[in-house]
Design a protein around this ligand. Structure first.
Ligand code: CAA
Length: 283
């Protein structure tokens, strides 16, 4: 089945990036969010990031205009019903995702592929509560979406081959690279990345280094583009903690226990860049 139209649920950091790259690759995109303000902010961000690509001569002004015209925004979730492929990129909370699927399902055609951009929640469990577990899978982008080359494609236990291949074809058309992952807690990228970030927070908590020395060590000593604490702020400390909890609960191994300092920052509302404060101060 060829995918032409794509519905994106959630206009946050990930959702606006997904709408951006899909529209640029030629898909018609319907972007949904409950908040009009979030949709307007998403469109402004998409324009800004497309402008940046024009100024770096990655795309032309015409391509920018055509891509923007391919995106429609809606506060009505059921407007996404006619899409060939839905990518849910709402808040990383299972109950929120569940409520979205429940509302959407009666409005989807039988062929519609349903996917989640979840960074860690079980695809098999999400799929089992829909009417189409064979047409359900994980479609996981990395942040910032327009820049990062990888997309993780996660098969639930019931995902069929045609669904997987249709999603892989979309990743190819984006010019990105697909990594196929089996459905176990946090898949591949976050299974490896989050324990490293969590260990960096332990390194801070135990006083082995300070924020600057920890980040500088990994940047200059291991050639990481961002230090682990800067990256945690960029991803969002709430998201990092949620993923550590999924690893800890799902694999029942103490090596995944979230650092108490990470929990404390989240409790304080110091969630990183988006909150103006995390390991760094952005105010
Ligand atoms: N949209 C479009 N283009 C963007 C962009 C955006 N949002 N952000 C940056 N860019 C472009 C810039 O225009 C620039 O393009 P050129 O190469 O053509 O010049 C390029 O990206 C590099 O940007 P900058 O020069 O502004 O900044 P930088 O060199 O410091 O790079 C970065 C910024 C790409 C974010 C880099 O620091 C980096 O790769 N950091 C690590 C990011 C990472 O690890 N992401 C994964 C997080 S984990 C995840 O997402 C999974 C999860 O589930 C939590």
């Amino acid at each position: 089945m060829e995918i032409r139209t794509i519905g994106v649920v959630g206009a946050g950091q990930m959702g606006n990036g997904i709408a951006h790259v899909m529209a640029l690759a030629g898909y018609e995109v319907a972007l949904n969010d409950i908040s009009r303000e979030a949709l307007d902010k998403a469109m402004a961000t998409i324009r800004k990031n497309l402008d940046r690509q024009v100024s770096r001569e990655k795309i032309t002004q015409d391509e920018l205009e055509v891509a923007l015209a391919r995106i429609t925004t809606t506060q009505t979730l059921t407007d996404l019903g006619p899409s060939d492929l839905i990518i849910e990129a709402a808040t990383e909370r299972e109950a929120v995702k569940q409520a979205i699927f429940d509302e959407l399902l009666p409005h989807l055609g039988p062929q519609t592929i349903l996917t989640s951009n979840t960074s860690s929640i079980s695809i098999t469990r999400l799929a089992s509560r829909t009417d189409r577990p064979e047409k359900f899978m994980g479609f996981h982008f990395m942040n910032p979406v327009p820049v990062m080359q990888l997309v993780e494609l996660i098969r639930g236990i019931a995902t069929d081959k045609d669904t997987f291949e249709a999603c892989r074809a979309v990743v190819d058309k984006l010019g990105k690279t697909a990594a196929s992952a089996e459905d176990f807690p946090a898949f591949i990228v976050n299974r490896i990345l989050m324990p490293m970030i969590n260990e960096a927070v332990y390194t801070l908590y135990e006083g082995v280094g300070n924020v600057q020395s920890i980040d500088q060590s990994l940047k200059l000593g291991a050639n990481h583009p961002m230090g682990p604490l800067e990256l945690a702020d960029f991803i969002g400390l709430d998201t990092c903690l949620a993923i550590m909890n999924v690893l800890h609960d799902g694999l029942a191994d103490t090596k995944y226990r979230p650092c108490p300092l990470l929990t404390k920052y989240v409790e304080a509302g110091w969630l990183g860049r988006k909150a103006g404060r995390g390991f760094y101060d952005y105010r």
